[in-house]
Design a protein around this ligand. Structure first.
Ligand code: F0G
Length: 358
């Protein structure tokens, strides 16, 4: 059996890795691409889900972080820094721990999910909560990297995008060609840019025949790419993509143009309904930001822009366990109350409405 060695070694030729290169890896990439019959039935398309929550720290960030940390260490960096809505900080802290260097992580105070916060702390990141939003954190991280001996590992670092392109390579490898449509959540639009570039490389090297139409989705309260203007006070329960001034804005516009793509906005209620559909009917548990891919597909299918039989890939970016509170909430906002009974078989059978077999 083949043992997956992480994206730098698996795609060594394409990422410029030689025997002399430094490789900091936790075994990222090689994530499942799973058919989603429940979504295919609903939309008439052939729907597949790229399950990025299966990466070592539970999000797609690991694909870019292995490259960013490897290059940072190669250049002698003793400390890396990032701004984050949570997943980047978890990933940076883990890879820095593995490399034996320091990760300083700047996060918006009180606005990142508990699972992600616990990861940054567990991996001994120098966690600093900023009284501000993600966009403020990124501005400070950039200024620090310009003026102090710390190496920036946000997706404005091109190494991050390089690594994240590998997810598109994997999709083409599994399906034998690129899909017709690719749906993806958008915050800074780094991952949108990375997939689009990865798919273009696949066409250029003759591994696929088409560029997918890149469909990116933002939360309605944080949708600058849809409105065309910076959002000063972005709001959404999908904290991972609560971003008002995307770092890769210009790149994303270019890729939308080149792929006949689309940017859409989805409100929080539909994000949570999509999360529930994916966990309950496909068996894949994702955090709210990731579920926006599913909500985006349902939205576009309803709008009649997805021809029957189209092959569609949805990237779901982060694991549901990162931010589990939303699954324990009913649609009306009340808390889910698990059933409690006495320790008696007949009690349980009664709740399950089971009759004894004759
Ligand atoms: N999904 C999840 C789960 C994310 O954590 C992010 C970004 C995105 C989607 C959007 O990706 O920014 O490349 O468009 N999270 C960053 C972070 C901002 O700090 O963890 P993008």
């Amino acid at each position: 059996a083949h043992v997956w060695r992480g994206v730098l070694r698996e795609y060594a030729d394409r990422l410029g890795v030689t025997d002399d290169s430094t490789v900091v890896t936790l075994g990222e990439g090689g994530t499942p691409l799973l058919p989603a019959p429940a979504l295919s039935r609903r939309t008439g398309a052939d729907v597949w889900v790229k399950y990025e929550g299966m990466n070592p720290t539970g999000s797609f960030k690991d694909r870019g972080m292995t490259v960013a940390l490897s290059r940072a260490v190669e250049h002698g960096a003793k400390a890396v820094i990032c701004a984050s809505t949570g997943n980047t900080s978890a990933s940076a802290a883990a890879y820095a721990a593995h490399a034996g260097i320091t990760a300083a992580v700047l996060v918006p105070e009180g606005k990142i999910a508990m699972g992600k916060l616990s990861q940054a702390v567990a991996h001994q990141g120098r966690l600093i909560q900023i009284r501000g939003n993600f966009d403020d954190c990124l501005e400070i991280a950039r200024e620090l990297a310009d003026n102090y001996p710390v190496h920036l590992v946000n997706s404005v670092n091109p190494d991050r995008i390089e690594g994240q392109k590998t997810a598109a390579y994997e999709v083409v490898e599994v399906l034998g060609d690129a899909p017709d449509f690719h749906f993806i959540p958008v915050g800074n639009a780094g991952n949108y840019t990375a997939y689009s570039r990865g798919y273009r490389e696949e066409v250029e090297r003759g591994a696929s025949t088409r560029l997918p139409r890149m469909f990116g989705f933002q939360a309605a309260g944080s949708a600058p790419l849809v409105s065309g203007a910076v959002v000063r006070h972005p709001e959404t329960i999908a904290s991972a993509i609560r971003i008002g001034n995307p770092a890769s804005w210009q790149f994303a516009l270019e890729e939308r143009e080149a792929t006949d793509g689309y940017f859409g906005a989805i409100d929080d209620e539909r994000i949570l309904a999509a999360q529930k559909l994916l966990s309950g009917e496909v068996g894949i548990f994702v955090e709210p930001a990731s579920a926006i891919s599913v909500a985006g597909l349902l939205d576009r299918a309803e709008a009649g822009v997805i021809p029957a039989g189209s092959r569609v890939v949805l990237t779901v970016t982060g694991h549901g366990l990162k931010d589990p509170q939303w699954a324990l909430r009913n649609a009306d906002g009340s808390e889910v109350q698990p059933t409690v009974v006495d320790a008696a078989t007949t009690e349980v059978a009664s709740v399950l409405e089971l009759a004894p077999v004759a």
